[in-house]
Design a binder for this molecule. Sequence first.
Ligand code: BTN
Length: 258
Amino acid sequence: MEPTRRTELERRLPTHHLGRPLYWVDEIDSTNRLMRKWADEGAAEGTVLVADYQSAGRGRRGRLWLAPPGTGLLMSVLLRPTRSVALIPFVTAIALATAIEQVTELPVHLKWPNDVRVRGRKVAGILAEAQSTGERHTVVVGVGINVSVPDDVLAEVPVPATSLSREANREIDRVELLLTFLPALEQAYERLEADVWDLKAWKQRSDTFGREVTVVDAKRRWHGTAVDLGDDGALLVRDDDGTTHRVYAGDVTVRYEG
Ligand code: BTN
């Protein structure tokens, strides 16, 4: 595999660490898979890998992430956080929302835990894969943005999905999006690492609160209403008795449709 376009984009990036180095490849199975390998080999925090096409892009819950060549902004960012690992996906979602709004002027909403939506349809997803050895944490933050994914491919996605170019009704420049997103992520991540973080920006963009959710825990399956986000990223869900529970990704689905 031959990394391409490395130097030119790095020079244009207004960041300290993120995207240094930055690799852009034509094709790969999964950027998250290769970044994990690089992480294990000691790659520097901030290393970014972008691909034009993934033959086996990974989504959450074991799903595939589909995007024909050149239609998605598909990347992995290597972070080695010393503070919260659990909040990395939330930090990333805020940075993504900020960057998409800035570049496209579209209104962006966030669905817990970390789907990025425009007009009720998913435009981007985050797959943060963490590994910890003692106090040392490594997180491969995978981000997939539907920039110009065609309608027939979007129709195969198991949730209502759309693309930025479709919603904005114009072409969206993937490089501009990347150069806007990475500084936003760096800024949000630095705040998290400096412990001056709060989840207000996530909550402001949330379209999850007030929605019915289904929770599956060790004992039962129950329904409730999403009421707030906990400081650790848990969704606070009120059950029919008025008791509020903390629930975590994997245990809960938010209902939007129907
Ligand atoms: C989701 O299901 O919402 C998360 C999707 C994450 C997809 C991105 S694309 C780049 C990176 N590499 C992968 O294999 N997956 C993530």
